[in-house]
Design a protein around this ligand. Structure first.
Ligand code: DGL
Length: 328
């Protein structure tokens, strides 16, 4: 069902396309059907996936760096949060999402979720070897490089903190430089963001107190290791200023957008721009005419709060088409 820009009224509720049990098999069967990657379809969309609305923080960086691209976003609001789920569950849900984005003809997919990347990036790449898939890992490297105290904290979900991707970065970047990495999670943070981050909640209060504790421990770099968290970056920075703490906040959004840009160039998949099209193509190609394409947003479960939240998180000038799954 198509919804007017910046409004969301679809009421279709459904479970995801595959039941959790048959996800992996079906994803494998379907993975060979399409060949849009091999055909170098420049104007195919970039797919983004997150357990909920967190990956929109990555989309904002992508839209800024690559405004000529089209984007499709899959929010698994039916199963959010992923952070407390076990590894097999996260793998199955991620493969469902990636398969769906692949079936939409995406030329590149960003798993805009640290928790999903930690447990399913490798298996997703194995299933779709021809498809560029970008995953997220908390931005420990820039934090370690910038740290003067030699002590950084990673704020992430339990699933991300328990995954091997983060431990690999700690082992290769932090440990050799003698930097201590403190891992911290609060299971309420993702639901708090999904609720629109009410200021007076207990979660906000806990976060304020936690910042003080980090500072007492000599932590001078705080890594936001979950794509939901950049949405409260302003809140954290205001607290840091108000409490006169010496701490910087780091996230991965900008680096991911740069990585996507570079991969599109390497794979010759960048959207064609005005200068690269002939007159016939210019007639029909809205992107090339510098018309910004609306973000196409699918949620596996409709929730009225999204009506307010999406324009708030994206800014009211981001064109948006919102669909409730599986009406697609
Ligand atoms: N945005 C997801 C991440 O980066 C949130 C995880 C969750 O759903 O718990 O990890």
């Amino acid at each position: 069902m198509k919804i007017a820009a910046n409004t969301a009224t679809s009421r279709i509720h459904s479970s995801s396309i595959f039941s959790d049990n048959d996800t992996i098999e079906k994803a494998m069967v379907n993975s060979d059907r399409l060949n849009h990657i091999a055909n170098k379809d420049h104007n195919a969309p970039i797919g983004l996936f997150d357990s909920g609305i967190g990956g929109l923080s990555v989309y904002l960086h992508l839209a800024q760096q690559l405004p000529h691209e089209r984007y499709i976003y899959y929010a698994d609001t039916l199963h959010v949060p992923y952070g407390n789920r076990d590894s097999e569950d996260i793998k199955a849900l991620t493969l469902t999402a990636v398969e769906w984005l692949y079936q939409q003809g995406c030329k590149l997919i960003v798993i805009a979720c640290n928790s999903a990347s930690a447990h399913a990036l490798e298996i997703a790449r194995q299933h779709y070897p021809q498809l560029p898939i970008v995953g997220l890992v908390p931005a420990v490297k820039p934090a370690v490089l910038a740290s003067k105290s030699g002590h950084v904290a990673v704020l992430a979900t339990k699933a991300t903190l328990n995954g091997t991707l983060l431990d690999d970065v700690i082992a290769t970047v932090a440990s050799p430089s003698g930097t201590t990495v403190t891992k911290y999670f609060d299971p309420q943070l993702v639901p708090w963001v999904e609720l629109g981050m009410p200021d007076n909640s207990e979660t906000a209060q806990n976060l304020r107190q936690q910042l003080q504790l980090f500072a007492k421990d000599g932590i001078d770099q705080l890594v936001l290791g979950c794509t939901h968290y950049p949405f409260f970056k302003d809140f954290v920075q205001q607290e840091i200023e108000a409490q006169k703490l010496s701490m910087q906040v780091v996230d991965s959004g900008q680096a991911i957008a740069e990585r996507v840009k570079q991969l599109l160039i390497t794979n010759q998949l960048s959207a064609k721009t005005h200068a690269s099209l002939d007159n016939n193509e210019l007639e029909t190609n809205a992107i090339a005419k510098n018309v910004r394409q609306p973000l196409v947003f699918y949620a596996t479960k409709y929730d009225t709060s999204l009506d307010m939240l999406l324009p708030r998180l994206l800014g009211k000038h981001t064109p948006l088409r919102y669909y409730s799954y599986p009406d697609c």
